[in-house]
Design a protein. Structure first.
Length: 414
């Protein structure tokens, strides 16, 4: 385990030399992640408490992803043309509205408009956030910078699930009535975050925001022509999203329905998922920058698969919490993957590249929850997690074919 004092010191030193847009984005992302994590762990339980079956849960989750897929490519174009700040403003406002609609829902069908709005907001926010890091950080610092950002923004998220567990417990327990209070709290939180986005955040100076950029279709052509291994990376991203979405939706449902976890155990599991990203983010980033992103992904994937195995065979709350701690390897892998993603195209094309990628990822987000629900109902909940492991293993030989810059080649693209 890395020394905490040296980790903090090196993190501060690294942060002070970075661009303003990167630094002021961290508090915004931290607040946004906290509010998202506040409800994420309990949302599948909330929707099923409103009457949805596992298959119906997958369907309504997929509808939101379909909406996000539809606006993914235009979002990339918009962030290149107008800058991340405008998209963050829209995303924060939309997420506030989605939280309020979820709080007012008294039937699972009524959650569909809210889930659509939430998915759109996440697409805006994720594309803009990736653009900030891709534009503000040098290539040789990118993995460390992204892991540092993930680590700092995870600090508030660390307590989010436990705060939600307390609120749910005093509001009525692990049911629709108890969970509804958390959405009201999230609505207020997004309303408080909005002024920060408007007054403090500023777009990266390196981006050609407001200047002439190629047309929509020309931008797509440039990405496919100038990018490296972008088609194979789309396939890897689609597989990653398959396992991520299924895990996100069905992990808490499995814990409650199959493992009989209560609200405190579920909240602790949500907090446990943040432990490894919080402690290992900077060391992992340095390893990725020194030895390569792909090598780190090879090393992390078995840890995530082990988490799934332990989760399925768990027989006690302690074992559930341990497996959730190991699930933090997934977040470390996602951040490392994002660092490699933005290096596959020139900086001026990052927004459109993330938009194209978001289209395919969003389409997977439409089908993956439905596939998860079908496997849950038709085969077994246990097999659903075996399926996730199979998807993770399929990614490895494809990843081996992706071109990556060596540490010696980490030179900023223009």
């Amino acid at each position: 385990m890395p020394d905490i004092r040296s980790t903090v010191t090196s993190g501060i030193a690294f942060l002070t030399k970075q661009k303003k847009s990167f630094k002021v984005n961290i508090p915004r992302a931290a607040a946004n992640n906290f509010l998202y994590r506040l409800t994420q762990q309990y949302q599948p339980i909330y929707i099923t408490s409103l009457g949805a079956s596992p298959l119906q849960l997958g369907v309504v989750s997929g509808i939101g992803s379909a909406a996000a897929a539809g606006i993914a490519v235009p979002t990339g174009y918009l962030v290149d043309k107008y800058g991340p700040k405008k998209l963050f403003t829209i995303a924060t406002s939309t997420m506030a509205m989605a939280s309020l609609l979820l709080a007012f829902s008294n039937d699972w069908l009524m959650t569909i408009p809210a889930l659509i709005l939430a998915a759109l907001a996440l697409r805006f926010s994720n594309t803009a956030c990736g653009t900030v890091c891709g534009s503000s950080l040098k290539n040789e610092d990118r993995a460390v910078g992204m892991q540092l950002c993930d680590s700092l923004t995870a600090v508030p998220s660390f307590i989010g699930p436990l705060i939600a567990a307390f609120m749910i417990d005093v509001s009525g327990g692990l049911n629709a009535t108890g969970i509804r209070s958390v959405y009201y709290f999230a609505f207020v939180g997004y309303c408080v975050l909005l002024p920060y986005v408007l007054k403090v955040f500023s777009d990266p100076s390196e981006r050609p925001t407001g200047k002439a950029i190629p047309s929509f279709m020309e931008g797509i052509g440039e990405v496919l022509h100038e990018g490296r291994s972008v088609k194979r990376w789309i396939l890897i991203s689609a597989l990653t999203e398959t396992s991520r979405v299924i895990s996100l939706i069905f992990w808490p449902l499995y814990a409650v329905k199959i493992k009989l976890a209560d609200v405190l155990v579920l909240g602790t599991m949500g907090t446990a998922q943040i432990v490894f990203p919080l402690l290992l983010a900077i060391p992992m980033g340095r390893l990725a920058d020194k030895y390569g992103r792909k090598r780190l992904l090879y090393a992390i994937t078995p840890g995530y698969c082990l988490a799934i195995v332990l989760f399925v065979v768990a027989r006690s709350p302690v074992e559930l919490i341990v497996s959730s701690t190991l699930q933090g390897f997934l977040q470390l892998a996602l951040v490392t993957k994002q660092a490699l993603t933005v290096e596959l195209v020139p900086t001026r094309l990052i927004g459109r590249w993330l938009g194209i990628l978001g289209l395919f990822v969003g389409l997977i987000g439409l089908f993956a929850p439905v596939i998860g629900g079908v496997i849950w109902d038709a085969l077994s909940p246990d097999f659903l997690f075996i399926f996730i492991i199979m998807v993770e293993l399929v990614k490895i030989p494809i990843l081996a074919t992706v071109m990556e810059r060596t540490p010696q080649q980490q030179v900023r693209l223009s």
